[in-house]
Ligand binder design. Structure first.
Ligand SMILES: Nc1nc2c(c(=O)[nH]1)N[C@H]1C(S)=C(S)[C@@H](COP(=O)(O)OP(=O)(O)OC[C@H]3O[C@@H](n4cnc5c(=O)[nH]c(N)nc54)[C@H](O)[C@@H]3O)O[C@H]1N2
Ligand SMILES: Nc1nc2c(c(=O)[nH]1)N[C@H]1C(S)=C(S)[C@@H](COP(=O)(O)OP(=O)(O)OC[C@H]3O[C@@H](n4cnc5c(=O)[nH]c(N)nc54)[C@H](O)[C@@H]3O)O[C@H]1N2
Ligand code: SF4
Ligand SMILES: [Mo]
Length: 733
C-alpha cells in the first residue's frame, strides 16, 4: 500500500452493498483521473452512485465535488437518446426545430451531404473538430477517420486551446512532450514546489494533499498567480504578477539562479545546449527591472529563487495560467530552464510537470488529432513517419492528407468558405473558443454541420444533425493521466437510449462512405487498442507494450512502453538523455514580449479567465448537475475593492465588461484576492454569459494557442452604459 499523506489514514475497504456491484474506473473529468468505483444496481444494471478507490495510488480515495457527482451524468434526463435532424436551416443557432431520427436516416443524410460537398469543393471541404474527454482509442480513431475515412487534411481538437503550448515548449526543450517527468507519488517527497499559473486547489484538487505534505515536512511552496488562489494563500512566497508577464519572471528566476551560485555546471555542460545565449538574455532581468514589468516586489523574486535554488530536490509545475498566452510555449521553455540550469531534473523527486487539463489531455494529443500529427506523436511533415503510419492503416504514403491548420484557424477557414462542413465531437467551441462572435459566425456560415455529444450543447445548436454519444461510463478504453500513466476506463452500464460510442459511429460512417475496408475490422474498443498500440510503435509516445492486462497488473503503465517486457517509464530522463538527436536538452534564450493587447485609456484593465471548482470547461456537463449548479449558478467578475471604488460599483452589482471584440454582463464579486489592475471571469457559461465573447484570438506562433489569459478590458456600471452606444449583441442565441 503506498504511503498516505492526507486525511485518509489507512486503506479503507469499500463497503459492500447488497444487490450492487462496484466497477473500478476513473473520473470523467480532469487529468487527475481520480480512481473511483461506480456503484451499479445488479437487478437493473444501472449506475446509482460512486465510491472512492482508496487503493488507487495517485489519489488514494480522494475526489472533488465534480468527481463525486460525475455518475449523475449517465442517466440524466437531458441525455440525447436518438439522432436529431433539423430540416429548417433558418433555425440554426437555436435549440429549436430538431426532430428525432433513426441512425439510418442520420447516416444517409450525413453521407449524402459529405459526398456532395466533396464533389463540389474537394476533399478538404470537410473538417473534424474533436476533444479529449475521449479514450485513446477514440482519439486515435478520430484521427484515422478524418484522414482515411473522410480523406481531409482539416482536423484539429480542443487540446489546441489547452495543452498545445506545453506540448510545443516541451518538444523544443526536451525533444519529447510527456507532461510530467515524474510520477505524482514523488511530489509530496520533494523539498520545494514552484507552481506557476495553476489554481491547483480548484482545478486539480486531489493533488493538494501531496502539496501540503511538502510544507508539513518543512519544504517550501512558491506560487506565481495574479490572484490569491487557495494555494497562493498558503504559499511561502506568492509572486502576484500582472497577467501575461511570466516570461520576464521566469527569465529573472534563471538570472538569479545563475548569479546566486545555484547552477549545476557539470549538468549544464554535459546535458544541455545554449547556456551562453541564455545567460546573456536573462542578464537584463534583474529583480528591479523584472519588478517593473511584472509588478512583483524584488525581494519576493529573490526569495523565490533562493528557496528553489537551495532545495535539494524541487519540482517546477505550471498550468494554463502561463500556457494560454500568445507566448505560452516560450513561457513553458523559460520556466523549464530553471530545472535545467540547476540540474534538478532526470532524477526522482525533481523535475517539471504541467497540470494536464482534460481527462485524456495527454493521450489525446499524441495519437493524431492534431492538425500536423500522427499516432505515436509522429509528424506529417516527416516522410518516414507518414510511411510508418500508412503501413498500419493500409494506405499509400501519398494518400496521407497534408497537415491542416489549428483549431481557431479552422474557424477562420469556415468563415471564408474554404471549409464547408464540420463534424464536431466531444467539444463545445460555441462556449470555449476565443472571440466567440467570430466563431459563432463561422459555425453559422457552414453548409452542413454534424455534432456528436451526450447532451444538446450550445455548439449542437448550430448543427444540422446531432448524434447521441455514450458517456465515459458506457464504454471502455484507456486514458493517459497527467503523469503520463496509461490507465483503464471500464464500462459500468449499457448505453442509454440509442446512444453509441463515437468510435462505432465512425466505423459505421466509414462503411457508408465506401471506406469500410479500413475500418470494418475495428469491432470493439479492444480491437482499436490493438491497432493503435501498433500505430504508436516506434514513435515518441510508444504505447506498444501497454496492454490492458499490464495496465491492470501494474496500476497503470507510464509511456514510453516499448514491448511486453518493458514495465514503462515512470521517471523520464533518468539516464540524462534527452530526445534531441545529440541527447541534450535545449536551454532556450527567450526575450520578453508583452501580451498582444496591453491596457490603454479606453480599456484600462487586464482581463484574465479561468475556472471554478464546481464547473468543468464549457459547463455543458456540470451545469446540469443539481449540486454543482446550486454551488455556482452563474458567472461573475472578480474585482478588487479599490477598483470597484474607482468605478463606483458594488458587490453583486451587474456590470458590463467590454473589450475590442465584444461585451457581456456579469455580477461583481468583490475580493482582495486579485490585483487591482486585473479582473477575472470563469468561462463555464453559454450564450450571452460567455466570457469568450470578450477574449482575444492572438495565437502563439509555435503552438497556435490563443491568449485566453490576458486582454484589455473596460468595466462599466449598467446604469451608465445604457446611456452610451447601443449594446452589441452577444452573438446567436
Ligand atoms: N474545477 C475545474 N477543474 C478543472 C477544469 C475545470 O474546468 N474546472 N478543467 C481542467 C482543464 S481542461 C484544465 S486545462 C485545467 C486548468 O487548470 P488551471 O490552469 O489551474 O486553471 P485556470 O483557472 O485556467 O488558470 C490557472 C490560474 O492561472 C492564473 N493566471 C491567469 N493569468 C495568469 C498569468 O498571466 N500568469 C500566471 N502565472 N497565472 C495566471 C489564474 O488566476 C488562475 O488561478 O483544469 C482542469 N481541471
Ligand atoms: N476563456 C477561456 N476559454 C477557454 C479556457 C480558458 O481558460 N479560458 N480554457 C480552454 C481549455 S484549457 C479547454 S480544455 C477548452 C475546453 O473546451 P471544450 O472542448 O468546449 O470542453 P468541454 O466542455 O469538455 O466540451 C466537451 C463536450 O463534449 C461532450 N462530451 C463529453 N464526453 C463525450 C464523449 O465521449 N463523446 C462526445 N461526442 N461528446 C462528449 C460534453 O457534453 C461537452 O459538450 O476550453 C478552452 N477555453
Ligand atoms: S480532481 Fe479531477 S479527476 Fe478527480 S474527482 Fe475532481 S474532476 Fe474528477
Ligand atoms: Mo484544458
Amino acid at each position: 500500500m503506498p504511503k498516505d499523506n492526507g486525511a485518509v489514514k489507512a486503506p479503507i475497504a469499500n463497503k459492500h452493498h447488497p444487490g450492487e456491484k462496484l466497477v473500478p474506473t476513473h473520473c470523467s473529468y480532469c487529468g487527475m483521473q481520480c480512481g473511483m468505483n461506480l456503484r451499479v444496481n445488479t437487478a437493473t444494471n444501472t449506475i446509482i452512485g460512486v465510491e472512492p478507490r482508496y487503493d488507487w495510488p495517485v489519489t488514494l480515495g480522494k475526489m472533488c465535488p465534480k468527481g463525486v457527482t460525475a455518475y449523475q451524468q449517465t442517466n440524466h434526463g437531458d441525455r440525447l437518446m436518438t439522432p436529431l435532424i433539423r430540416d429548417d436551416r433558418s433555425l440554426r443557432g437555436t435549440k429549436e426545430g430538431f426532430r428525432q431520427a433513426s441512425w439510418e436516416e442520420a447516416y444517409d443524410l450525413i453521407v449524402r451531404k459529405f459526398k456532395s460537398l466533396q464533389d463540389s469543393y474537394g476533399r478538404d471541404a470537410l473538417s473534424v473538430f474533436s476533444g479529449v474527454s475521449m479514450t485513446n482509442e477514440k482519439c486515435y480513431l478520430t484521427g484515422k477517420f478524418a484522414r482515411v475515412g473522410l480523406q481531409t487534411r482539416y482536423i484539429d481538437y480542443n487540446g489546441r486551446f489547452c495543452m498545445s503550448s506545453a506540448a510545443a515548449g516541451f518538444l523544443r526543450t526536451f525533444g519529447i512532450d510527456r507532461g510530467s517527468t515524474l510520477p505524482w507519488t514523488d511530489l509530496n517527497e520533494t523539498d520545494c514546489l514552484f507552481i506557476a499559473g495553476s489554481n491547483t486547489a480548484e482545478c486539480h484538487p486531489t493533488s493538494m494533499f501531496r502539496i501540503w505534505e511538502v510544507q508539513n515536512r518543512g519544504g517550501y511552496l512558491i506560487v506565481v498567480d495574479p490572484r490569491e488562489t487557495p494555494i497562493a494563500r498558503r504559499a511561502d512566497v506568492h509572486l502576484d504578477l500582472r497577467p501575461g508577464t511570466d516570461l520576464a519572471l521566469a527569465n529573472c528566476m534563471v538570472n538569479l539562479l545563475l548569479a546566486g551560485g545555484y547552477a549545476d555546471e557539470a549538468f549544464i555542460g554535459a546535458h544541455t545546449n545554449g547556456i551562453e545565449e541564455l545567460a546573456e538574455t536573462v542578464k537584463l532581468f534583474t529583480p528591479e527591472y523584472t519588478s517593473e514589468i511584472t509588478g512583483v516586489a524584488p525581494e519576493k523574486l529573490i526569495r523565490a529563487a533562493e528557496l528553489y535554488g537551495k532545495a535539494p530536490n524541487a519540482v517546477v509545475m505550471f498550468a494554463r495560467g502561463i500556457e494560454q498566452q500568445h507566448k505560452g510555449s516560450d513561457n513553458v521553455s523559460a520556466y523549464t530552464n530553471m530545472c535545467l540550469v540547476t540540474g534538478k531534473i532526470g532524477r526522482p523527486k525533481s523535475g517539471v510537470a504541467t497540470f494536464t487539463g482534460q481527462g485524456n489531455g495527454q493521450g489525446g494529443r499524441e495519437h493524431g488529432q492534431k492538425a500536423d500529427a500522427l499516432p505515436g506523436y509522429r509528424k506529417i511533415a516527416n516522410p518516414k513517419h507518414v510511411e510508418d503510419v500508412a503501413r498500419v492503416w493500409g494506405i499509400r504514403p501519398d494518400e496521407m492528407p497534408q497537415p491542416g491548420v489549428s483549431a481557431y484557424e479552422m474557424f477562420e477557414l469556415m468563415t471564408n468558405k474554404t471549409i464547408r462542413s464540420l463534424y464536431l465531437l466531444c467539444s463545445n467551441p460555441a462556449v470555449s473558443a476565443p472571440n466567440l462572435n467570430e466563431v459563432r459566425a463561422a459555425l453559422m456560415s457552414l453548409d452542413f454541420m454534424v455534432c456528436s455529444d451526450i447532451y444538446l450543447s450550445e455548439s449542437a445548436e448550430f448543427a444540422d444533425v446531432v448524434l447521441p454519444s455514450t458517456t465515459w461510463s458506457e464504454d471502455e478504453g484507456t486514458v493517459t493521466n497527467l503523469e503520463g500513466r496509461i490507465i483503464k476506463i471500464n464500462k459500468a452500464q449499457e448505453p442509454v437510449g440509442q446512444s453509441k460510442p463515437d468510435w462505432l459511429m465512425q466505423v459505421e460512417l466509414a462503411e457508408r462512405l465506401g471506406r469500410g475496408d479500413y475500418f470494418r475490422h475495428l469491432t470493439s474498443a479492444r480491437a482499436i487498442n490493438d491497432e493503435f498500440r501498433l500505430a504508436s510503435k516506434g514513435g515518441y509516445a510508444d504505447y506498444f507494450g501497454a496492454t490492458w492486462e499490464k495496465i491492470d497488473r501494474q496500476q497503470g503503465v507510464f509511456w514510453p512502453c516499448k514491448d511486453e517486457k518493458d514495465p514503462g517509464t515512470p521517471h523520464m530522463f533518468l539516464d540524462k538523455t534527452f530526445y534531441h538527436p545529440d541527447g541534450k536538452a535545449k536551454l532556450c534564450a527567450l526575450p520578453y514580449r508583452p501580451p498582444a493587447e496591453e491596457p490603454c485609456e479606453q480599456y484600462p484593465l487586464r482581463l484574465t479567465t479561468g475556472r471554478v471548482v464546481y464547473h468543468y470547461l464549457s459547463g455543458n456537463q456540470t451545469r446540469r448537475i443539481p449540486f454543482l449548479h446550486a454551488m455556482c449558478p452563474e458567472p461573475f467578475v472578480e474585482v478588487h475593492p479599490e477598483t470597484a471604488a474607482k468605478y463606483g460599483i458594488a458587490h453583486e452589482e451587474l456590470v458590463r465588461l467590454h473589450t475590442r471584440r465584444g461585451e457581456a454582463r456579469f455580477k461583481v464579486k468583490l475580493t482582495e484576492a486579485i490585483r487591482p489592475d486585473t479582473v477575472f471571469v470563469p468561462y463555464h457559461f453559454g450564450h450571452d454569459d460567455s466570457v469568450n465573447l470578450l477574449t482575444i484570438a492572438a495565437l502563439d506562433p509555435m503552438s497556435r494557442m490563443p491568449e485566453f489569459k490576458a486582454c484589455a478590458a473596460q468595466i462599466e456600471r449598467i446604469a451608465m452604459a445604457s446611456q452610451s452606444s447601443p449594446a452589441q449583441t452577444g452573438g446567436f442565441r
